[in-house]
Each structure stands twice: as C-alpha cells, then as structure tokens.
Design a protein around this ligand. Sequence first.
Ligand code: C2E
Ligand code: MG
Ligand code: MG
Ligand code: MG
Length: 279
Amino acid sequence: RAKREGRGRVCFFESEMDQELRDRRLLQHDLRQALEQNQLLVYFQPQARMDGEVIGFEALLRWNHPTRGFVPPDQFIPLAEENGLIVEIGEWVLREACREAASWPRPLQVAVNLSPVQFQTGDLERVIHQILLETGLSPTRLEVEITEGVLIGDFTRALTLLRRLKALGVRIAMDDFGTGYSSLSYLQSFPFDKIKIDRSFISNLEAKPQSAEIVRAVLSLAHALNIPVVAEGVETEAQRAFLAHEACEEMQGYLVGRPELIERYLDLVGVAVERRLYA
Ligand code: C2E
Ligand code: MG
Ligand code: MG
Ligand code: MG
C-alpha cells in the first residue's frame, strides 16, 4: 500500500513538474513577442549619497505581460538567459537607459545590469561602444553592474571584456556583493569601481548582530582597497544612519525612492516642470 501511495505521489509530483515546465515554455514564448510589442519597460531607481543627494539611477527591467500583468525580473530574466533572448533584451535596456540619461540636463550616472550570457555570446564591447556613440552619452556616466556569475563561466574572456569596457571609460560595479561563493577572490582579479553590498545584509541590520558586523567588515575591506560602496535596499532611517556612521559612500533603496518610470523623477534629473506637462 505504501508503495502504491509512493507511486501516486511521484506521479503527482511529475505532473506538477510538467505544469511548471509548460508554464515556463509559455512565458518563454511570450517573451519573444514582448520586445516587439512594447511590453518591456525600463524603470529607474535613484542612487544617492548618504545625505540624500541623488547622484544617479539604476535601470531595472520590467515586463508588463498582456494577461499576467507585471512579471518580476527574477522570474523572466532566467528564462531569457536560457534561450539567449537576454542578449537582444540586454542590448535594448542599454540603449534605452543610455538614451534616457543622455537627455538629462544634469550629468547623473546611469547603471545597467549585465547578464553573464551577454559576456559569453554577442559582441558586448562593440555593442556598448556603438550605443555610446549613437546616444552621445559620455562613457564615464555609464556604469555596468555584474554579479559573480559573469566571472564563473569563461573567466579569461569575461576579464578581457571588463578591461576593454573600462578602457572605454565605462565604470564597473560588483552587484550583490557577499552573496556569491567567492566575492572576495574576484576583488583581487579586477579593479572594480564600486561594490554594492547585497540587500540581505542591509535588511537584517537591526535584527541580526552578525549582519552589522559583516557590513562593517565589507566597508573596511572596500575602503582599504579604495573602492566606494553602495548599500542596496536601504529602507529605514535607522539603516541609513548606521551606514552613514560607518562611512558607507552611497545608498539605494525605498528610503530614497522605488524603481519607477523616469517621468516620476524628472525634477531630480533636472527637467523643468513645463517639459513634464507638455511632453
Ligand atoms: P539587482 O540588480 O540587485 O537590483 C536591485 C533589486 O532590489 C531590484 O529588484 C530593486 O527593485 C530591489 N530593491 C531596491 N531597493 C529596495 C528596497 O529598499 N527594498 C526591497 N525590498 N527591494 C529593493 P528588481 O527590479 O525586481 O530586480 C531584480 C533583479 O533582476 C536585479 O537585482 C537584477 O539582478 C535583475 N535585473 C533587473 N533588470 C535587469 C536587466 O535589465 N538586465 C539584467 N541582466 N538583469 C536585470
Ligand atoms: Mg543591479
Ligand atoms: Mg543587487
Ligand atoms: Mg540581485
């Protein structure tokens, strides 16, 4: 009897897996049309100094699916990486973000996330160079954010590309610092322009004494290496005060502002109210 129940459970489990797989294929299929049908949007989230002065924005991709509504990037980006579509999508995000930033009266920074797949396939350096020329954005205003996934695959190829991007004047940030397997070892292989401490450490600042110690240690390490630090996911004044006291350079999080359409932040980028009303 136990055996029969066991088998039943296995079947149930398998059909659930089938369902999940079908659903992923369906989403993957829809994603192909998303670009052409203007379902993809770039949101912008402010990045600020600890006193609240906004110095730039991170571009964050959004997919407004016709029937499912907004699908979170953590769900659809892995699918786009699986079928390679992220190369085309990533190029689109870069172009949108650079074009947008080039139109701002204030020379603020714009940060764009890059997928490991964009490093493995396609001609990332040429694409970025071309987009910078086309939009007229100064390379020093573009920052690309990478996670350790970029360095896990073809390490040599990734390093070469990073060096070439840096030679163009583009800045390189290490994203989600502290969550990977060997964040530390990557600091000795490449001169990152910025370290972004992962949100998980910031959100636990008050609840876990260990998190506060880890944040302190990351800050002290980064400062010894002369690398400025951005704290991700800062939501409360208490977190901001702690980070400011520990000499963290920058913050990003709901305390400063959520990811939104750039229209919401036009005053920050220096666009006059009139253009907002009549654009
Ligand atoms: P990320 O690059 O680490 O982006 C930061 C994430 O933290 C964003 O999630 C942002 O909305 C969220 N966040 C920021 N401040 C707060 C806060 O105070 N509280 C909370 N709870 N969350 C906060 P989002 O937009 O859902 O993006 C998730 C991830 O998807 C990103 O993590 C990035 O890895 C990836 N992603 C987003 N856009 C792109 C893109 O254009 N290309 C690639 N390759 N990946 C992207
Ligand atoms: Mg990021
Ligand atoms: Mg991050
Ligand atoms: Mg992340």
